[in-house]
Design a protein around this ligand. Sequence first.
Ligand code: PEP
Ligand code: MG
Length: 588
Amino acid sequence: MSADRGQEEKRCQGMAAAPGIARGPVHVFSIENDDVVRYHVDSAHIPDEIARFESGLIQTRAQILEMQQQIAEAIGAKDAGIFDAHLLVVEDQTLIDEVLRRLETEHCNVEYAFQEVANRYVESLSKIDDPYLRERALDIQDVSRRVIRNLQGKTPRPFLSIEEPHILIAHNLTPSDTATMNREYVRGFALDLGSQTSHTAIMARSLGIPAVVGLRNATEILETGVPALIDGYHGLLIIHPSEQTLREYEELEREKGALAARLTKLRETKSTTRDGRHVVLSANIELPDEIDSVLANGAEGVGLYRTEFLYLNQPTLPSEEEQFEIYRSVAQRLAPDPLIIRTLDLGGDKISENIESGDELNPFLGWRAIRFCLENIHIFKAQLRAILRASVGANIKIMFPMISGLDEVRRGCEVLEECKQELRCEGRGFDDGLEIGIMIEVPTAAIMADRLAREVDFFSIGTNDLIQYAIAIDRTNERVAHLYEPSHPSVVRLLKMVADAAHANNIWVGVCGEMAGEVLFTPLLLGLGMDELSASATIVPRVKSAVQALTSAECRQLLDEVLELDTPAAILERCTAMAQRHYPELIG
Ligand code: PEP
Ligand code: MG
């Protein structure tokens, strides 16, 4: 990309979500919630749009009927009658015919055609001086939002199909948007919203897509076509980069490339400290394809497989058989190294369109992970059976997410036992000694770690959630991201409680949250006695390099000092000083 001479360079500071540098023209999408983008649909695909429309209407009708029934049960049939008017909207033949006509004549997508028609109805009815008709306009507005949401849930987001290299600028992206990006065309992305531990950011790091988040108004100040550069190391979006800036970034890329080449050479070396203490370094994966990167980066297995991504962006839920095939092939590629499969952690910022969870006000505190699984036993069992079956001749461990106390672990283990029993009756094999672990990511679990440790074979600490729940900071909210501090003294204490409880009960403990891949904290985590660190595959060599530069005694000494400190800033400063002393090239 050459510099845009006529325009002054402008720098926007956000948060670094995924390292790397990307240049190119931007494509701006300011889609928020229900906003609808128009895109062209050729004649051959109009029947698909009509089919989407039909199923969108059916889904909406079913939702309205369900709401009606709930209201009738809660407050009586009379009040539930208000939904009759909503049902009339989805059955309104004139409206439906008008949408179909537009599809045929304008060759546009169905949500756009529907929105246009519905808006025209609303506008005409609101102008009429009649209270009944005005009410009806509100009904149409309400129902059409629901129809559009249902339609949008069924399509890949249109901006993901642009077929030319660009930097994507969006208000927000879901983790599954990121998972389905075409790497050939999306060189990087920058978002108004988001933070470093959102699953969108985690996904970008795993896939190696440079990204900046939390820019707040990038979609407002940018226009499609403008040249820009993303600096995913420092969280910068540079608009109209000057010649000088482009040269500086070429230099930075050369330096980073040289460091990456040095780190790649560590692939075959052990992750041991200078005094010979071995720390297992594993990788986190979201998609089965990432296994190539796990092997290429020399990780000792997978410490966290976020299986919920199998349930996102799919027309139906994955069957037991489909899951079995995937788990088996991933586990066999890794064997004898372990594959730790985390059971479904849907909810929070990972919503499947196949699961009607309703709009939750606080999804991270809501119907998520093990809570969801224990209420949807058939979905849970299909996964557990698939994992068990895949464990034959492989090294699979199983891990339950978001455990908050003993009952959930026990119930999870009971369901697993039921699955084992079923498989025995069916004459199917599985590894009966497969290790069972839990994620420690809810503060109550950390506090109860001494009791929980008696029930399982290992702990893996999910610092992303543990920090969000301990400090009460929404991990996806850019407004409070500066308060999200892994170096908070309370977080350090929680980590210590968990590690000590695990070791007192002779089980191993790892960290699989993003903190495990942050080299500033490697000495602290080693000082705490963590047995395993699991991070995005591409970060593993960097953590290995840090481990190899340290000694156990120095790490323990650091921990003792940190435990005396009272503020996140003081702890961060101490950790940074230690990292700076031992591996300055890995930080900054
Ligand atoms: C965590 O919470 O730290 C974790 C590893 O799980 P996730 O990021 O998927 O919530
Ligand atoms: Mg978590």
